[in-house]
Design a protein around this ligand. Structure first.
Ligand SMILES: *Cc1c(COP(=O)(O)O)cnc(C)c1O
Length: 391
């Protein structure tokens, strides 16, 4: 189907932060498959783990115990607030599970009337019918029939509006702790803390959509860990399998108490092949020093980006984000900057609010950051010359 407006460019190989196109040209990858290839391309540990698993067992049904999935669940829970996990194959499915878990919790704890979920303008939660309703973006909902009922959207980070939207039928509040697709917009910790308080006072569940921010992107394994505010339910996907499609919904035992045998399921979710990818990703990320590297590189990168912004005020207005989830709020159309960067053989991706996202693999070196900055400098120089010529 013609659902994607694709660039005329295809790749046949990748190594680390580099991609090789079918015409042999090399590209510096600051998109990482939209925050997926956190360990870069063809990471030796992931290749070895997947190859070994591929020779043993790819798939068995969830009718049986899957030790590989139990191991990944235990590791994710040990590294987070959660007690239990459900595995699926994508971010939208992880969020869908989070929504169902929250509604079911209310239903089995004596509040079947509580099914509504408060969400925020500009949010992106996926492309299934329910997650589209949660995201509330008109351009994605148009023409797909009645919008799934039960989502109340309020302006971004507006505490009064949030309090006003919570009512006797509210089950949960759901938010990305750092808004990705919506334009790399930071949510104040004080706001997240206020949401936690509202949830505690009113018996609601707090759901964090960490599909994009999770798995190391912001410099911690999960973005919420930087804030000190803990959710009851969390959706993960993108980088969880380092490029292999896998998602997860994590929750406390309390929040997941309604999710008993038969209430939810997935044919592929948590199969041995996917779990070997997630397990290998965790091996690398949980090794000592991994996040020190991400934080150090991110700081360095942001300093260099601030210099670029100062040099080209007619191209870049602001540098945003946390860790290696960085947004350049553009003055020129964001798409022009993405195109100019691609002309420099550097891959980036646009987001809402006229922002260009920079999402390099977390394993990127100082030298490769310097290379990215040099290409960005050239792209900005070209755009500002063009702008001057037009005036
Ligand atoms: C990408 C994304 C999703 C959807 O993930 P898919 O794997 O495309 O279904 C959901 N929430 C957030 C925050 C995302 O960034």
């Amino acid at each position: 189907m013609g659902t994607f407006a694709r660039v005329h460019l295809a790749f046949e190989r990748g190594e680390g932060v580099w991609l090789t196109a079918t015409n042999g040209e090399r590209y510096l990858d600051f998109t990482s498959g939209v925050a997926v290839n956190a360990l870069g391309h063809a990471h030796p540990h992931l290749v070895a783990a997947l190859t070994a698993q591929a020779q043993k067992l790819w798939h068995v049904s969830n009718l049986y115990e899957i030790p590989e999935a139990e191991r990944v669940a235990q590791r994710l829970c040990a590294a987070s607030f959660a007690d239990v996990a459900f595995f699926c194959n994508s971010g939208a499915e992880a969020v869908e599970c989070a929504i169902k878990t929250a509604r079911k919790y209310q239903a089995v704890t004596g509040h079947p009337e509580r099914y509504r979920i408060v969400t925020f303008e500009g949010a992106f939660h996926g492309r299934t019918l329910a997650t589209l309703a949660a995201g509330g973006q008109k351009k994605y909902l148009d023409g797909f029939g009645p919008v799934v009922e039960g989502f109340d959207q309020v302006p971004f980070a507006d505490l009064e509006a949030t309090k006003h939207a919570v009512g006797s039928e509210t089950a949960a509040i759901m938010i990305e702790p750092l808004m990705g697709e919506g334009g790399v917009r930071t949510v104040e910790t004080s706001f997240l803390r206020a949401l936690r308080e509202i949830c505690d006072e009113q018996g609601l569940l707090l759901v964090f959509d960490e599909v994009q921010t999770g798995m190391g992107r912001t410099g911690e394994l999960f973005a919420y860990q930087r804030t000190g505010v803990t959710p009851d339910i969390m959706a993960l996907a993108k980088a969880l399998g380092g490029g292999f499609p896998v998602g997860a919904c994590l929750a406390t035992r309390e929040a997941a108490q309604g999710m008993t045998a038969g209430t939810h399921g997935s044919t592929f979710g948590g199969n041995p092949l996917a779990m070997s990818a997630a397990d290998a990703t965790l091996d690398v990320m949980l090794a000592p020093g991994f996040f020190d590297h991400v934080k150090r590189i991110a700081l360095l990168f942001k300093q260099r980006l601030a210099e670029i912004k100062d040099r080209y005020p007619g191209v870049i207005a602001e540098v945003r984000g946390e860790g290696l989830l960085i947004g350049l709020k553009a003055v020129v159309p964001a798409g022009d900057l993405v195109d100019a960067l691609r002309a420099e053989h550097m891959l980036t991706v646009a987001a809402g609010d006229n922002v260009v996202r920079l999402l390099p693999p977390l394993i990127i070196s100082e030298q490769e950051i310097a290379e990215g900055v040099a290409r960005l400098d050239r792209a900005c120089a070209r755009l500002s010359r063009k702008k001057d010529a037009a005036q």
